[in-house]
Design a protein around this ligand. Structure first.
Ligand code: IMP
Length: 428
């Protein structure tokens, strides 16, 4: 089982950590292939809680080699802050590998993220404000700064100059901000170069060699399918490919290497930031999901928007990513509800539509068509076998499985690392 991809199948925060934990000691490499410090995951090991935004979760597992590959955008200050915080708590971070081709988030990217959002007014994306979008924009616009540029001052200066030239006009004349000098950026970036050097390598080559040697490589997608820049609810998306295909381009391995794609779905749906969300709830049920599921952003602390499970979205994700297995998280959050509605299709201008509409306007107008399932009151958190779940909880999972386009191989039943019911092994 060489390359395994884990992706969020909804709008993020599905709880990928649960699936990563399941794979545990069988993994040799964990690769972050997209996004940057817009992600956020809390990992609890023993009585220690770690909040990571940029580093791959594999950094906490002894023996695993964590990799930040070319598809990631790196805020170097954040990288070192996270590394220092872990070192202070006794975690060995020396195994981390960073791609020479990954792009760098600078001060001007963070500034531009904030000012452009402000200018969008009501139409704002609700970004995390971490400079993600402007950094990817520079990459595509071919004026980005890459990690390898930090090792050649002359090149670095030329590139920063080229990139800042136009941006300073924007910042000063349009956004009424001060100009940013080439020197402040170059000096800041150079101050990290020597500390960064030992981690920087040709990660595509290293991953190729690992796969050739039969190592197990886990690719962990940041954000999620519906936030993917190509396949998500554009323009209310992040700026990278958070879908399974992104694991190949974002790391430099051939797509044929990927044998397993694990899609993570919550037993309901959440979203942070703006954009369409057909099953969103504005009543006490929404509040129930938010407070019981503790739905507040790890990166920004924002309350998450909450809603019922949306089967067309899960089906769409299964298709776009080639999901082989779903891991459903947070089933226990639904305990205590009398009935649990599931969106099975949409009504668009009075017409029943089975799949996610390709037209943005249609999706904005999509009204969920619900089927209701009876709830349960029994506590699920100690259950470890599917047959021991209350009958109604089993039926809920089986119904969702039938609608979602792939088997549900594991089910999260509580916040603890081991609170999971496994139906099919994720590596075989
Ligand atoms: P950006 O990634 O900061 O540019 O934000 C773009 C959109 O993606 C916003 O709606 C964010 O709230 C959302 N987003 C970014 N990262 C995450 C994440 O890790 N979980 C959920 N939503 C995210």
């Amino acid at each position: 089982m060489p390359a395994i991809v884990i992706i969020g199948a909804q709008w993020g925060d599905e709880g990928k950590g649960k699936a990563t934990d399941l794979l545990g000691s069988r993994i040799d490499y964990v690769v972050k292939f997209n996004g940057g410090n817009n992600a956020g995951h809390t990992v609890v090991i023993g009585d220690q809680k770690y909040a990571l935004h940029l580093l791959p979760s594999g950094i906490l597992t002894e023996g695993v080699i964590p990799v930040i590959s070319n598809g990631v955008v790196i805020d170097i200050e954040v990288l070192f802050d996270e590394l220092e915080a872990l070192t202070a708590r006794g975690v060995d971070v020396s195994r981390l590998k960073v791609s020479a081709n990954a792009h760098v988030i600078t001060h001007y990217h963070r500034t531009l993220d904030k000012v452009t959002e402000r200018f969008l007014g009501k139409k704002q994306i609700g970004t995390t404000g971490r400079g993600i979008g402007p950094t990817y924009a520079d990459k595509i616009n071919r004026v980005g700064i890459r990690i390898q540029d930090l090792f050649d001052e002359n090149i670095l200066r030329q590139k920063v100059e080229a990139s800042l030239n136009q941006k300073n006009h924007l910042l000063v004349k349009i956004y009424n901000r001060r100009a940013i000098t080439v020197d402040e950026i170059v000096d800041n970036l150079l101050s990290y170069a020597e500390r960064l050097r030992p981690m920087v390598t040709d990660t595509a080559l290293e991953l190729h060699q690992a796969l050739e040697a039969g190592k197990v490589v886990l690719f962990e997608g940041g954000q999620a399918t519906m936030l993917d820049v190509d396949h998500g609810t554009y323009p209310y998306v992040t700026s990278s490919n958070a879908t399974a295909g992104g694991a190949a381009t974002g790391s430099g391995i051939g797509p044929g290497r990927i044998e397993r794609v694990i899609g993570i779905v919550k037993a309901y749906t959440t979203r942070v930031g703006s954009g369409p969300f057909p099953t969103e709830l504005f009543d006490e049920s929404g509040e129930f999901l938010r407070s019981k599921g503790f739905e507040f952003g790890t990166t920004t602390g924002r309350p998450r928007r909450t809603g019922w499970y949306d089967a067309p979205i899960a089906r769409y994700s299964a298709r776009i990513n080639g999901v082989t297995d779903f891991v459903m998280t947070k089933l226990d959050v639904l305990t205590g509800l009398k009935v649990i509605p599931v969106c099975v299709a949409y009504s668009v201008d009075g017409v029943r539509v089975e799949e996610v509409p390709v037209s943005q306007s249609d999706f904005h107008h999509a009204v969920p068509i619900y089927e209701e399932f009876p709830g349960w009151t029994e506590d699920l958190t100690e259950v470890r076998h599917f047959d021991d779940l209350p009958k109604n909880a089993q039926d809920y999972v089986l119904a969702i499985e039938a609608m979602s386009g792939s088997r549900v191989s594991a089910i999260g039943v509580g916040p603890g690392r081991d609170a999971i019911v496994v139906r099919h092994d994720l590596i075989d």
